[in-house]
Design a protein around this ligand. Structure first.
Ligand SMILES: [Ca+2]
Length: 313
């Protein structure tokens, strides 16, 4: 089994991604760490606990992390896509469990440093916690197995600005630290996530499973589905996308992705381009690669696997 820590900011798509991991026997999920992003970090922590309760997996420890970006600027949230509470304001019951007392950054450091090369971090929110772990513990970069990043937009437009994806636009300085670090960064960004749309028929297949976890997804999904539909961001009527889902899926089914190793830099100074992933795709780039970037995905297979795995939670 692959040992993973999921660093997350639920977020309806985080919920879809986390439930998929919980239904996947390939993974040993050691911990969940939270970061501000779709909603304030306090909500994100509550939402992870709610998701774990829906999956009857409350034995997985949860650690709360950063409430602000790496440079301490005011955080920006995404209530229009995820609701004020981060889970579509759908009335999900408050959790009966609580987070652990340790800060997420400290916990990431402790767990990664005691198992060098063993732990994959699935970073499906702003990269603040991961960047802070790298800054506080210089050995973290070398010791972490793989950092799977949900974010970036190389050959497609951004979703938080014309050029930047939400997770990297939400904390460009943290992304810069991570991409410069030399860690094994895998970028599962909008180049592939925008291709992974779950059809109405697939959603109905999932609802028909009628488990506690699928009823949870059914409850929280209409908000993001309607938000995307209003913005014309879906390819088919009634479809939905959960951008964090392909990112965690890379950790389970890497063979479904086509990737290229590239030098990728994070724009932190641009007036119009802050948070952009600037990938050097020249034939002879003349500089070292910094990330493995996904450009292709077997979306038909992946969406079906999502239905199967969430139904199996
Ligand atoms: Ca997320």
């Amino acid at each position: 089994m692959k040992r993973v820590i999921i660093d997350t900011d639920p977020g309806i798509d985080d919920a879809a991604a986390i439930l998929m991991t919980l239904g996947s026997p390939e993974l040993d999920i050691e911990a969940m760490t939270t970061v501000f992003g779709n909603t304030p970090v306090e909500n994100c922590t509550i939402n992870v606990l709610r998701i774990l309760e829906a999956a009857d997996r409350t034995e997985i420890p949860v650690y709360e992390g950063s409430s602000r970006p790496y440079n301490c600027a005011e955080p920006v949230f995404a209530a229009l896509i995820h609701g004020d509470d981060g889970l579509g304001d759908a009335g999900v019951p408050m959790p009966s469990t609580a987070a652990q007392p340790t800060n997420a950054v400290i916990e990431l450091i402790n767990r990664v440093m005691t198992s060098p090369g063993e732990i994959t971090v699935m970073a499906i929110g702003r990269l603040t916690n991961v960047a802070l772990a790298m800054a506080v513990e210089p050995g973290f970069t070398e010791a972490v197995g793989e950092v799977i990043v949900m974010g970036g937009a190389v050959n497609v437009p951004g979703n938080a600005s014309p050029t930047a994806s939400a997770n990297l636009r939400g904390d460009p300085e943290a992304a810069d630290v991570v991409y410069r670090s030399g860690a094994n960064v895998v970028q599962i960004g909008l180049d592939v996530c925008e291709q992974v749309e779950i059809s109405l028929a697939q959603q109905e297949e999932l609802w028909a499973a009628d488990t506690k976890a699928t009823r949870f997804m059914h409850l929280v999904s209409p908000f993001i589905q309607a938000a995307y539909e209003r913005r014309g961001r879906l390819h088919h009527p009634g479809g939905v996308r959960y951008n964090d889902m392909p990112a965690v899926s890379y950790g389970i089914f890497p063979e479904l992705f086509e990737c290229r190793e590239l030098p990728v830099h994070i724009e932190i100074h641009g007036e119009h381009t802050r948070g952009m992933t600037v990938a050097n795709q020249r034939e002879d780039p003349g500089e070292p690669t910094t990330a493995k970037v996904a450009f292709g995905v077997d979306a038909a297979r992946l969406t079906q696997l999502w239905v199967e795995r969430v139904a199996a939670v």
